[in-house]
Design a protein around this ligand. Structure first.
Ligand code: ZN
Length: 137
């Protein structure tokens, strides 16, 4: 049911400050930067073969990522697993006793459908289920 690691989400204070490490030092192609207003984030995607790194910059102190950085500093925020039929996967996880933060998928960055598992249910890791729609994903 899990197809691949779709991306690793990394919380950063500033995309401008964080990006040169990924683009210049590591030489990863920048796929694009977009604003996700619902999450109060600016997000940059960098490509690594079939997977991506997602840099998350809060645009408001109200953003959950801003609160995360305040508490734990910059660094790895979540792991996103690529799935098909995300609603079925959510239902399956709930049947297996996993506490989901979202019972229904919401639209996230890259126009993907996403839902998060509670870290309490996933060994302390914030795990995102992620289903890509359309082309160029
Ligand atoms: Zn993500």
């Amino acid at each position: 049911m899990i197809k691949k690691i779709d991306h690793i989400g990394i919380a950063v204070k500033s995309l401008e400050q964080a990006l040169p490490f990924y683009t210049d030092v590591l030489g990863l192609p920048l796929l694009g930067i977009e604003e996700v207003e619902s999450e109060k984030l600016r997000v940059a995607f960098l490509k690594i073969s079939e997977s991506k790194i997602e840099l998350l910059e809060p645009t408001s102190p109200e953003s959950t990522v801003a609160k995360y950085i305040e508490k734990r500093g910059e660094g790895i925020h979540h792991v996103a697993l690529g799935v098909d039929s995300i609603q079925d996967r959510i239902n399956e996880m709930k049947e297996k006793g996993i506490q989901m933060i979202q019972d229904e998928p919401k639209t996230g960055a890259g126009n993907a459908l996403v839902a998060f598992m509670h870290p309490k249910s996933a060994g302390g890791v914030l795990v995102e289920l992620c289903e890509k729609k359309g082309l160029n994903q």
